[in-house]
Design a protein around this ligand. Structure first.
Ligand code: FEO
Length: 399
């Protein structure tokens, strides 16, 4: 859908809203759709397009440029090579043959590989370089690993707008140009952070440090609404990337014959009685994005699984693989569950989480349905989690 809207005089949002998309990379759930934002900046002498759109929506970008009667584009600033932002580049370069693609040297190589863009179409820029559009100046800020190695940010000095592409984005289809409903955008931006950015928490810290002294009136990402209160999203990111974990236990689980379910239900109760926040996810039904969001803050994960053919249930394997890939700030992990005749579930799961810098607390994996001594073992695990949270100052004294 067309989404031609004005940020400021001579600066338009010319991208597309994708109300219907529900999956990204055939992996990431997008319950609220998304947008592919592109921005047109018209200076006194030159015109720049900042990012393009997903190839499925090239016609929308073209229509918006036609509505503005754009006959010449001098530069296409490409902050990120991924195709949902670069996919329309070949058509843009066909229609505007004098346009040059402005990007980092790494991005150039990726675009030559991904989109077969000829070498002579590029101007590469280094960290801190500027480009004058006449009365407007673009400054390029290298910001690698948000979330690919080639990513950069573009700062429009005179208007104090930072164009961040994926960084600070949200998968949210909305007709609002600017954030109007902060709780809804917070939820979508946190989901986006959890699914896309969390593995790069350490580099994001460095990138946040790099932009902290920029005067920003507006942060304009290439997914979701634009922030005219930059502190809203900067403060949210500062919280999400901090090393401080919350007094929360995440329990992703599967149960086949109710034994693991009985253990999970009991365990959740005894954790709640100890003042710990619990988020329980039945992996046969859960939206994996919700699990990713819960992992942003939690101190502890307890994985619940039955045994299937000597290992854990495949849905649990999938969730554990994702948790390991997302590298959340978890401090502790354990396993609970039930088996029929044996198996190597504990070794399998603990072997799958090398990226999680967690202390493994003694698992409670039992034979058959849980009995009195098994519930006592779950009491012991709940108490150990509480004590660990206290020792690490995750439970504050006032709690
Ligand atoms: Fe929105 Fe990394 O692409």
């Amino acid at each position: 859908m067309s989404a031609l809207r004005k940020l400021k005089p001579k600066i338009h949002s010319v991208g597309a809203i994708d109300w219907d998309r529900r999956l990204f990379d055939e992996l990431i759930p997008m319950p609220d759709g998304t947008s592919y934002n592109a921005y047109l900046v018209r200076g006194g002498e030159k015109t720049a397009l900042i990012d393009t759109v997903d190839p499925t929506m090239t016609d929308v970008l073209m229509k918006n440029l036609n509505k503005l009667e754009i006959k010449v584009i001098d530069y296409v600033i490409t902050n990120h090579a991924e195709q949902d932002h670069s996919g329309s580049l070949p058509q843009i370069l066909d229609i505007y043959p004098n346009a040059k693609v402005v990007c980092t040297p790494k991005c150039k190589l990726m675009l030559m590989d991904l989109l077969l863009i000829p070498q002579d179409k590029f101007i590469t820029v280094d960290d801190g370089e500027t480009l004058s559009l006449g009365d407007k100046t673009l400054e390029f800020i290298n910001a690698p690993w948000v979330h690919w190695p080639e990513t950069m940010l573009t700062y429009l000095r005179e208007d104090r707008i930072l164009f961040t592409c994926d960084f600070f984005g949200s998968h949210l289809a909305t007709s609002d140009l600017f954030v109007t409903d902060e709780p809804t955008v917070y939820e979508a931006a946190k989901r986006y952070y959890a699914e896309i950015m969390m593995p790069f928490r350490t580099t994001i810290k460095r990138n946040l440090e790099k932009i902290k002294d920029l005067e920003m009136e507006i942060i304009a990402p290439s997914h979701g609404p634009v922030y005219n209160n930059p502190d809203f999203i900067l403060n949210a990111y500062t919280d999400w990337i901090s090393d401080e974990a919350k007094n929360e236990v995440i329990i992703p689980y599967i149960s086949m014959h109710e034994s693991t379910k009985k253990m999970v239900d009991y365990f959740v109760g005894v954790l709640i009685e100890r003042g710990i926040t619990v988020k329980q996810f039945n992996l046969s039904k859960t939206d994996i994005g919700k699990l990713a969001m819960a992992l942003v803050d939690a101190a502890t994960i307890v994985i619940g699984s039955p045994t299937v053919l000597v290992g854990s249930h495949p849905n649990v394997v999938y969730a554990v693989y994702l948790a390991n890939a997302l590298r959340p700030k978890l401090k502790f992990a354990s396993i609970i569950g039930s088996y029929g005749w044996g198996g190597k579930m504990i070794e399998q799961i603990t072997g799958m989480i090398p990226n999680l810098k967690v202390e493994i607390l003694e698992p409670v994996v039992i034979k058959g349905i849980p009995k009195e001594e098994d519930f006592k073992a779950l009491d012991r695990l709940a108490e150990e989690i509480l004590n660990k949270h206290r020792e690490h100052n995750i439970v504050k004294m006032k709690d």
